[in-house]
Design a protein. Structure first.
Length: 380
């Protein structure tokens, strides 16, 4: 599904020449933003990038963030950031409803863009952004970083090398964390389906993309959403907050070789199964577990058993898959897969490959999910 990375672009020439890529981050706040927890430490761990600028919602807050993070160039608007000559790659790390406008601003300035996932608030926006990027011929990245996680890279090779034999089925179950019985005061926006940041579009889609990177794209996919909760309690005020985003997502399909795929995501937290993914085959089994239901930002544990073995054993990820020094898979979990995606993007630019997901990949992921989703079922 990944498209080209514009190997003949100025950014690719810059990377091949060994010149650092200057990055400007839209949404790098000073109070625990996603960009602060993931993109900033990831970029600083990968040689070849320099974080040179940031923008937030105002000049004053941008200045505070610049002081906190040691970034010299700070801007109160995205338009100012993309106009900065020191910025080669613009990272859009804000809420989903703002992706389209900010991506357009960066592309109109001729800049390459990394946009967080979901790429757009719905399929139409994602396809529109993909067309804009293709017309401008600039390299792009969409933040589907689970497939870049070293554990999934190792898992992919284990399956390809026949660890489980012929794959018969795969089953994944995960908990979204949000979309449960309670909600933090800063997270209300994910409960409103109109904002495009739902259980379906965030944890389910990230996990599905990781699954597809290991086992291939599921066909005959059918996705059902169910609303079992219609409100969540604000943890600060104790008041109910309406929830229009479904809190249950169930999918079934077939892998390219005919194996059965089932995925179930639940809103909220689980005391029993935050995340578990089994791959069952004619010769063995592989299991991936995590302490939270978001494999793209969680430490992943691999186990396997094959042949005459009747139990699972831990499977360590070989060092050759760990391509970013200085980050720990557990302590730096939010940045770990992101950093490996940045590393892969550099390799793509230098080598003319296209392994990191780009806007074409993101639009295709949106398209596949939109085609698979059945009508939302209301609360019983």
């Amino acid at each position: 599904m990944t498209g080209g990375t514009a190997a003949d672009s100025p950014l690719a020439e810059q990377a091949r020449a060994g010149k650092p890529i200057g990055v400007g981050i839209i949404g790098l706040g000073a109070r625990g933003s996603w960009a602060e927890r993931s993109h900033l430490p990831a970029l600083r761990a990968v040689p070849g990038y320099e974080v040179r600028a940031l923008s937030t919602s105002s000049a004053r807050s941008a200045e505070r963030s610049g002081v906190r993070h040691g970034v010299a160039r700070t801007f109160g608007t995205a338009a100012e950031l993309v106009a900065c000559d020191e910025v080669d790659l613009v990272v859009v790390a804000v809420k989903v409803p703002y992706h389209r406008e900010l991506v357009r601003t960066a592309l109109d300035a001729g800049k390459s863009v990394l946009c967080e996932w979901p790429l757009g608030n719905g399929l139409a926006e994602a396809e529109e952004m993909e067309r804009w990027a293709r017309a401008r011929g600039v390299p792009t990245v969409v933040g589907l970083q689970a497939r870049s996680h070293p554990a999934l890279a190792h898992l992919r090779d284990l399956v390809a090398d026949g660890y489980v034999g012929e794959v018969l089925s795969t089953t994944m179950v995960g908990s979204g964390g949000a979309w449960g019985g309670s909600v933090g005061p800063g997270d209300h926006y994910v409960l409103d389906a109109a904002n495009g940041a739902t259980l379906l579009t965030i944890p389910f889609s990230h996990a599905l993309d990781g699954l597809a990177s290991v086992l291939g794209e599921p066909g005959e996919l059918r996705v059902r959403q169910v609303s079992r909760r219609t409100a969540a309690v604000d943890t600060a005020t104790g008041r109910p907050v309406p929830m229009t985003a479904p809190d249950q997502v169930v999918a079934e399909g077939r892998l390219p070789g005919g194996a059965v795929v089932t995925v179930h995501y639940r809103g909220g937290l689980s005391r029993a199964t935050p995340f578990r993914w089994e791959i069952n085959g004619t010769e063995g089994d592989l299991v991936v577990t995590a302490p939270v239901g978001h494999p793209q930002l969680s430490p992943l544990t691999l186990e396997g058993g094959r042949g005459s073995s009747t139990a699972l054993e831990p499977l360590a990820v070989p060092e050759r898959y760990v391509r970013v020094a200085g980050l720990d898979a557990r302590a730096d979990a939010a940045a770990y897969a992101v950093a490996h995606a940045y590393r892969q993007f550099l390799d793509d630019l230098r080598e003319g490959t296209s392994r990191v997901p780009d806007f074409a990949h993101g639009a295709a992921r949106h398209r596949g999910i939109a085609a698979a989703v059945m009508e939302v079922s209301p609360e019983a």
